[in-house]
Design a protein around this ligand. Structure first.
Ligand SMILES: *[C@@H]1O[C@H](CO)[C@@H](O)[C@H](O)[C@H]1NC(C)=O
Ligand SMILES: *[C@@H]1O[C@H](CO)[C@@H](O)[C@H](O)[C@H]1NC(C)=O
Ligand SMILES: *[C@@H]1O[C@H](CO)[C@@H](O)[C@H](O)[C@H]1NC(C)=O
Length: 214
C-alpha cells in the first residue's frame, strides 16, 4: 500500500516537474521581447517591442471606450500612460495591422489589405536594407541606417514631453515642434490645444499654450 502510494506520488511529481520545465521553457521564450524592427521582422497587432531596460513598450493599443487601433508608446509599468501615437489621425478599425520596414526603408503601419495608415515618408533613404528601428529606454523610437538616425519619434511629438526631448522651432524655416492635445481621452487625434515656445520673441522666449492656433 505504502509502495503504491509512493509510486503514484512519484508519477504525479514527475508530471508536475515536467509541467514546470515546460512552463519555464515557454515562459523564457515569451520573455524574448525585442526592442527592434528589421526589414525581415515586423510586429503584428498582438506583438510589442520592449526597450532594452524594460522602461517603455511600443505596439498597437486602443484608448478607453474605443475599438480603434493605434501604434503608440507607453510606460511598461503603466500601459494607460501613452506618451506617443504614430497614426493618431488615421486609426485602424480592426486588428489586422502591422508595423514594418518596407523595401524603401520607411516605417509603415498598414492593415491586412495593405492599406497604409501611417509612414515615416522619407524619400532619401539610400541603403534601405540596413534600416533598423529601435525603441530606446528614453521613450524615443529611432529609425537608423547603419549608425545614422534618419528619423526619430522625438522629432514628431504628440501630447507628451519626455526628458531628452526638445520642443521649439526655427523662425527661419518656420518649422515648429509643438505638443498638441488629444481630442479626448478616447481619441488621440490632433486636438485644439498646442504648446510650445513663442518664436517671434527670440530674446525673451516664453512657453505658450494656444487654442486653435491663436
Ligand atoms: C525576437 O528576435 C529573435 C531573434 O531575431 C526572434 O527569434 C524572436 O522570434 C523575436 N521575438 C519576437 C517576440 O518577435
Ligand atoms: C467610458 O464609458 C463609460 C460608460 O459610458 C464612462 O463612464 C467612462 O467615463 C468612459 N471613459 C472615458 C475615458 O471616456
Ligand atoms: C532626409 O530628408 C529629411 C527631410 O525629408 C531630412 O530631415 C534628413 O536629414 C535627410 N536624411 C538624409 C540621410 O539625407
Amino acid at each position: 500500500m505504502i509502495n503504491l502510494i509512493s509510486i503514484i506520488c512519484g508519477r504525479i511529481f514527475n508530471r508536475l516537474l515536467h509541467f514546470c520545465l515546460l512552463f519555464l521553457v515557454f515562459h523564457n521564450c515569451s520573455a524574448i521581447d525585442n526592442s527592434t524592427i528589421t526589414p525581415t521582422q515586423a510586429i503584428t497587432d498582438s506583438q510589442t517591442l520592449s526597450s532594452t531596460g524594460g522602461v517603455f513598450k511600443l505596439g498597437f493599443f486602443s484608448p478607453p471606450n474605443s475599438t480603434h487601433r493605434y501604434i503608440g508608446i507607453w510606460y511598461e509599468f503603466d500601459p494607460r500612460t501613452i506618451v506617443w501615437v504614430a497614426n493618431r489621425d488615421n486609426p485602424l478599425t480592426d486588428s489586422t495591422g502591422t508595423l514594418r520596414i518596407t523595401d524603401d526603408g520607411n516605417l509603415v503601419v498598414s492593415d491586412g489589405r495593405g492599406v497604409v495608415f501611417w509612414t515615416t515618408d522619407m524619400s532619401n533613404i539610400s541603403t534601405p536594407t540596413n534600416s533598423v528601428a529601435e525603441l530606446l529606454d528614453t521613450g524615443n523610437f529611432v529609425l537608423r541606417l547603419l549608425t545614422d538616425v534618419v528619423w526619430q519619434s522625438f522629432d514628431h511629438p504628440t501630447n507628451t514631453l519626455l526628458p531628452g526631448m526638445n520642443i521649439g522651432g526655427s523662425i527661419v524655416t518656420g518649422k515648429k515642434l509643438e505638443l498638441t492635445s488629444w481630442k479626448s481621452e478616447s481619441d488621440p487625434s490632433t486636438g485644439i490645444f498646442s504648446a510650445g515656445p513663442e518664436l517671434s520673441n527670440a530674446n525673451n522666449p516664453q512657453l505658450i499654450i494656444w487654442r486653435n492656433g491663436s
